[in-house]
Design a protein around this ligand. Structure first.
Ligand SMILES: Nc1ncnc2c1ncn2[C@@H]1O[C@H](COP(=O)(O)OP(=O)(O)O)[C@@H](O)[C@H]1O
Ligand SMILES: [Mg+2]
Length: 398
């Protein structure tokens, strides 16, 4: 408050009665303390114009003006400028209107003719301080909510990881027995009839499929032992493209590469990151079964909060302002429905179950990126024509 008192306050009076406006200006000029720079208007339209052009500390708002009436005036102003301190100043005395104004975003409520210069100035200063406190509180609340969401995500992964690896260990041995058994039967039933052969083959395929899921699960649970070297990221991307080349050809997917030049090497476990790259490419292919374009882009930049969406990592491992290398995979598929955005990184979440999807790709990819101190993000592209998967690596990652 002390520092505020030394500063000239920018006050915007929104009032369409000339006399009332003159009274307010007069009161402020005779104020016992504080100094004010006053601007005035009689319409909401012009209020918006003025707020766009110059900084305003507090608005003294009559609810009934040229182009707006009643509580709606406050709603519209607050809706457009939620950070602005507003003191409602109106001629109408209605008990609940004051309360409603305050719950709808005003910091105070004055009734014309019921206050003097001192009361007015006090209301203005208090409104600014209240607004500041409220903004801080909102910020703290948002941060708290995000931290809580991160914790829940991390805990969920922990639990699922633990349960999954427990099951995987239990199922591994019986599966191995089945596979050995099938191999054995194959050798002893050399000239068996077709039906037996077919049955054995499908048992074997099913067991292999189960085995590969088990391998993924164990992978998922034991991703701590990574071996990292400084590597050029393009090489790992190219490797991933080689491994998925056949699939891309089959579904007529055009690959477009925009690789930045002179990128520094990054500290990665090549095999793990290659696995992530392959997963992201396969995910893109899965939504472009009728053909499309996959654009892979590398960029070096200073990390910004807006570089990733909210529902991404377990922890914020990269701070704003860090030097990062970003790899984007942009597809021309159908994008991700809003209601799935929160779930896509959950283990076993898949919309491709019928096509054999298990829903572990992104959870494994995220665990791998986490163990690299990096980030992974999946969002719809700005043009809404498909999705963008993004990997973020620290340039000087440890
Ligand atoms: N590029 C993408 N476009 C649209 N949806 C996607 C994309 N990548 C992933 N998804 C969604 O995320 C889900 C989970 O992906 P993932 O964990 O890799 O499992 P899976 O590929 O086995 O389904 C997918 O089933 C799909 O719904
Ligand atoms: Mg996948």
């Amino acid at each position: 408050m002390d520092t505020e008192l030394k500063r000239t306050l920018q006050v915007l009076i929104v009032e369409n009665n000339d006399v009332d406006r003159a009274v307010l200006i007069n009161m402020l000029s005779k104020a016992p303390y504080g100094s004010f720079q006053i601007s005035a208007t009689d319409s909401l339209q012009e209020t918006f114009e003025l707020l766009k052009q110059s900084l305003v500390d507090v608005v003294l708002l009559d609810l009934n003006i040229k182009d707006s009436n009643g509580i709606d005036t406050l709603k519209r102003l607050h809706g457009r400028y939620p950070q602005l301190a507003v003191v409602v100043n109106t001629g109408e005395y209605q008990d609940d209107l004051g309360l409603r104004a305050v719950t709808m975003g005003a910091q105070d409520y004055l009734i014309k003719g019921m206050y003097k210069s001192y009361g007015l100035v006090k209301a203005l200063y208090y409104a600014i301080e209240r607004k500041k406190a409220e903004t801080e509180l909102h910020k703290a609340m948002d941060e708290l909510k995000e931290m809580q969401a991160q914790l829940i995500r991390a805990e969920k992964m922990n639990v699922v990881g633990g349960v999954a690896s427990g099951i995987a260990h239990e199922v591994k041995n019986p599966l191995a027995t089945i596979l050995y058994g099938v191999e054995y039967l194959n050798t002893v039933l050399k000239d068996g009839d077709d039906k037996i052969e077919l049955t054995l083959r499908s048992i074997k395929d099913a067991a292999y499929k189960a085995n590969s899921i088990i391998k993924d699960l164990l992978d998922f649970a034991s991703l701590s032992d990574i071996k990292r070297d400084l590597c050029p990221i393009e090489r790992t991307i190219e490797q991933g493209l080689v491994l998925t080349h056949h699939q891309c050809e089959k579904f007529q997917i055009k690959i477009v590469k925009h690789f930045a030049t002179n990128l520094p090497n990054v500290l990665i476990d090549k095999n793990r990151i290659e696995q992530v790259v392959v997963d992201l490419i396969l995910n893109a292919i899965a939504v472009m079964k009728n053909g499309g374009t996959l654009t892979i882009r590398t960029t070096r930049k200073i990390f910004d909060r807006s570089d990733i969406s909210v529902a991404s990592n377990l922890t914020d491992s990269i701070a704003v302002g860090e030097d990062v290398l970003i790899v984007d995979f942009e597809d021309t598929g159908k994008g991700i429905p809003d209601e799935y955005l929160e779930k896509i990184f959950d283990p076993f979440f898949t919309t491709h179950r019928a096509a054999g999807g298990v829903g572990l790709g992104l959870s494994i990819a995220r665990t791998i990126m986490d163990s690299h101190g990096g980030m992974i993000d999946l969002a719809n592209k700005e043009d809404k024509q498909g999705a963008r998967a993004r990997l973020v690596f620290k340039v000087n990652g440890k």
